[in-house]
Design a protein around this ligand. Structure first.
Ligand code: NAP
Length: 313
């Protein structure tokens, strides 16, 4: 059988760990790091498993039938590989959805229980009880109701929050109000105490959360961005926080990562900075999912759902 190429920009040690996990899940396959492949192996490879690959390395594998990303977000791959790229499959992993929805619930509780305010009180040695709000008195909205957004919406609903979700195509999710289109987004933002961003970065969503969207949000609402930094206009967010229009932002993703030392987010008392940790790819579960997809393709020739390059996700 032709070898499978593993293409990443990681160092040799982390590549070896990944190749080990993937090989354990696919014992009948030979998985080789691109950097160790002979010219003949590059010619014969039909599948590449990738994590942030150099696009030139993908181009150097001329007979690829498809590419499997180890990541759920593929905007960089879509942009770098272009329309002529082989079919691209992204990671969809129930364990990733569980971990992400756990993060969404944790940080929603952080805001619901006023932890930023208590943190500030502690810094000033203030002993003061703030009014408790029930989850049922609060509305949390999800921008994006895909694998991660829908799982998060369900978890929030189970915790007692009122939940609204926005997607491109209209969705039906038990107990969750769903909206779509510009008008749907605007009404959702007007009603939300916490807005959680879990939409892919595309031409349509770049800069989606800007001054005018912050302006229509409830005064004192909070933002959680677990999707991509470029969906939020940084200066507009800082203005909305400084003016008191928004009360807090929990940010896991940024225009530039790692977040530069000079960023105003680091010291901002209304910002919680996280180092892109809300939904880490789990090695064991993702290796199992990738292995299942590859085995199925070898046996039936059927690909899992592929990324729509035009749509961008
Ligand atoms: P997904 O399954 O593709 O879902 C995307 C959702 O966004 C869908 O509901 C889609 O609507 C909606 N959407 C896309 N474009 C839209 C638009 N222009 N208008 C309205 N709705 C739109 O993606 P996912 O697996 O949930 O992942 C979401 C994002 O999370 C990823 O793209 C990635 O950037 C980010 N992520 C972050 C981390 C982290 O650690 N911070 C980890 C993993 C992923 P339809 O349902 O109608 O298609």
């Amino acid at each position: 059988m032709p070898p499978i190429a593993f293409v990443s920009r990681s160092d040799a040690a982390s590549e070896a760990v990944w190749i080990g996990a993937l090989s354990a899940a696919l014992p009948q396959e030979t998985i080789i790091s691109f950097s160790a492949m002979s010219d003949d192996e590059k010619q014969r490879a039909e599948i590449a498993i990738v994590a942030n690959p150099d696009p030139e390395h993908i181009a150097a594998l001329p007979n690829l039938k498809w590419v499997h990303s180890l990541w759920a977000g593929v905007e960089r791959l879509v942009a770098e590989l272009g329309p002529k790229a082989p079919p691209l499959v992204r990671l969809t992993d129930p364990e990733l959805s569980r971990v992400m929805s756990e993060a969404v619930l944790a940080w929603s509780y952080y805001l619901q229980r006023d932890m930023p305010a208590y943190r500030k009180q502690q810094q000033h040695r203030v002993w003061q009880e703030l009014e408790y709000r029930q989850p049922s008195e609060m509305t949390v909205s999800l921008i994006g109701l895909g694998e991660l957004g829908a799982a998060s919406a369900r978890k929030l609903k189970d915790a007692g929050f009122n939940v609204i979700g926005w997607s491109r195509s209209m969705k039906s999710l038990a107990g969750i109000e769903t909206v779509s289109g510009d008008e749907g987004l605007n009404t959702m933002l007007q009603r939300s105490d916490i807005v959680v961003c879990l939409v892919p970065l595309t031409e349509q969503t770049r800069g989606l959360l800007n001054a005018s969207r912050f302006g229509i949000m409830k005064k004192g609402a909070s933002l959680i961005n677990f999707a991509r930094g470029l969906i939020v206009v940084t200066d507009d967010l800082l203005d909305a926080l400084d003016s008191g229009q928004l009360s807090h932002a929990v940010l896991d993703v940024f225009e530039v990562e790692p977040l530069p030392d000079s960023s105003a987010f680091w010291d901002h008392e209304k910002v919680t900075v996280l180092p892109h940790i809300s939904g880490p790819t789990g090695r064991e579960s993702s290796a199992r999912i990738v292995a299942g997809n590859i085995r199925n393709w070898r046996q039936t020739g059927t690909l899992p759902p592929i990324v729509d390059i035009q749509r961008g996700y």
